[in-house]
Design a protein around this ligand. Sequence first.
Ligand SMILES: [Cu+2]
Length: 202
Amino acid sequence: MLGRFPHLAMISLLFTAHAWAGDIVVRVTTPDGKPLSDAVALIPAKPGDPKPAPVDGLRMAQTSKQFAPFVLVAPVGSTVEFPNLDKFRHHVYSFSKGNRFELELYGREEKRVVTFKTAGVAALGCNIHDQMVAFIRVVDTPWAAKSGADGVARLTAAPEGSQRIDVWHPYATSKDQTVTQAVTVSGGTTTVTVVLDIVPPT
Ligand SMILES: [Cu+2]
């Protein structure tokens, strides 16, 4: 039957190929091969890509005069809670373009919520405690993930074919704190290693 209608077989193959998606395991390391945590791997959004679903109730806590986590990934339109777990007050702000906000002095067990509407980086600080630094990477792609302590970030159900992956870390020395790498996704799991040179501020 397919011999009589070879175009049907062709259509079927094309359809199957498009339905395929693959997972990408991004191993992020420093130049000496150590796993690098808190890096954000993403496939930049292209026209026609699905939008990421906003997430409600993401969390950026203040505890022991630090933010936790150090890096948070938030799809555009997500809300982030800023609970203060310390016994003293914090005054959290971001002056980053598109994601400016200021949470006036607030105390223990008080919670503030901010909606992040612009893709980019929101650098967080506290007016009271200079050492408090954290970053929210606001993304407009459904394929974004942060590397864990093992340096691995997983992008699931990425479209097959040739893809560009951007890996960002707030202290990377590369342009825009980003290293770009090409990867070919062909179903199953594809592993790629990305090296970032990091210089934390002194
Ligand atoms: Cu503070």
